[in-house]
Design a protein around this ligand. Structure first.
Ligand SMILES: Cc1ncc(COP(=O)(O)O)c(C=O)c1O
Length: 407
């Protein structure tokens, strides 16, 4: 994605001028986000390929508004997400995934007319059947299947391909199809797969999708099924370690074209991370710099309670130091040059670590540390109120105009 760093820097500079408190903010480049999603859409084979956005990655309304015109709909994974989308987007198609759906959530899905419910177990299917009977309302479903593949190259985050709580293990498919035969008001639209996240290899991903389609063909033959589409999940990753080497979308889009021609089935995707990660920046001012037993630390205004991505992924997040000239304090400005430094937050735990032993040219108290690729699974997966530090500011830049929100 082509984010516009000078624009972000200018905005951060303006924010610094508005406060005497140490700054801590998320800034989202919605222009870049829209460019990115338009680019993805323009390369998808149409009409046989659909791209939904998995809002769990980032469900802020300005983000959803920027995406809504370009995606085929939103994927939600809870009743809360479902209600949130319907409140702001009464007509956008919704698909509903996720384990452990309650009766109330399944009822809400029917009331809010979702395009499909992705069923995670036979028990969930039985409960939905009961609810459809009670409400006298039909339902459209996909069965989420978990099956093992002998040549599945694992990624860092596996949701299937072996024992996990997600989806219906393949040996239980016949029993689910028996259940479905008893409830004609439930229409099986297709199969849903989400075996992994963090996929960085476009060829491997096409191979995986090919396997999904082959399996689907076999099940349709074995069980005499006619289905409308398969949902291949999300899972396209972001390379946080080598930012310039990202998933090769053009190769993937070509592969999709071939899959559509080969199998003649509609393919639906529900991506999260790959859509919104690059548009977000988490920026925090340095409060303290210290040395301990030969290691160096920069302590920033914030931490993993705002930006848990590095801890969740177990990685050292890339960052850049944005020098801040203004220093209005009477005391000495601590600084460090040509060293390796760990960036930590304000929490009283050694787990509050955002980057470790990263080389820097120079860093001073008061400088801003800016983490890119903070637009997905960042603020929304963080434990915001641990220690009750203030929340960061949130800014959404669109056509150089920012709209702000308080969390
Ligand atoms: C069922 C399902 N679909 C889609 C996604 C989105 O995955 P990603 O953000 O890796 O694209 C997830 C993420 O956990 C998921 O569980």
């Amino acid at each position: 994605m082509n984010t516009n760093w000078p624009k972000i820097e200018k905005h951060l500079q303006q924010l610094l001028n508005t406060t005497d408190e140490p700054l801590c903010a998320y800034v989202y480049d919605l222009d870049a986000l829209q460019e990115h999603i338009k680019q993805l859409r323009s390369t998808l084979p149409t009409p046989n390929c659909e791209l939904f956005y998995a809002i769990k990655a980032n469900s802020d309304v300005p983000i959803l508004r920027a995406l809504a015109p370009w995606v085929h709909g939103f994927e939600v994974s809870s009743g809360g997400e479902l209600a949130w989308v319907r409140e702001y987007f009464p007509h956008t198609p919704i698909i509903f995934s996720g384990p452990g759906k309650t009766d109330q959530e399944l009822t809400l899905a029917l009331e809010k007319n979702v395009a499909a419910i992705h069923i995670e177990s036979r028990t969930e299917l039985e409960r939905l059947a009961y609810i459809t009977q009670r409400l006298n309302q039909p339902a459209k479903i996909l069965l989420r299947i978990n099956f093992s593949l002998h040549d599945l190259a694992p990624t860092r985050l596996m949701m299937g391909g072996g024992p996990t709580p997600f989806g219906i293990a393949l040996d239980q498919l016949p029993a689910c199809l028996d259940t479905l035969r008893r409830y004609p008001q439930i229409h099986l639209q297709g199969f849903h797969f989400h075996l992994l996240s963090h996929q960085l290899d476009a060829d491997a991903h096409i191979k995986l999708l090919d396997t999904y389609l082959q399996q689907t063909h076999k099940w349709c033959q074995d069980y005499h099924l006619t289905i409308d589409h398969i949902n291949v999940g999300g899972g396209i990753g972001v390379n946080y370690q080598q930012l310039e080497q990202q998933f090769a979308w053009p190769i993937f889009a070509q592969g999709l074209q071939q899959l559509v021609l080969k199998h003649g089935k509609k393919i639906r995707m529900e991506c999260g991370r790959y859509i919104t990660a690059a548009c977000g920046y988490y920026a925090a001012q340095v409060i303290d710099i210290k040395e301990a037993f030969g290691d160096h630390y920069a302590i920033i205004r914030g931490g993993t309670h705002h930006f848990r991505t590095p801890y969740a992924q177990g990685h050292s997040h890339p960052f850049q130091v944005m020098p801040v000239t203004r220093w209005a304090h009477p005391y000495t400005r601590t600084e460090l040059s040509a060293k390796s430094i760990s960036v930590v937050g304000q929490l009283c735990t050694p787990k509050d670590l955002l980057a470790f032993k990263a080389p820097i040219k120079r860093i001073r108290c008061g400088d801003l540390v800016v983490f890119p690729y903070a637009g997905a699974y960042a603020w929304h997966i963080s434990h915001h109120d641990f220690l009750r530090h203030p929340h960061p500011q949130h800014h959404y830049l669109l056509n150089e105009i920012s709209s702000d929100a308080t969390h």
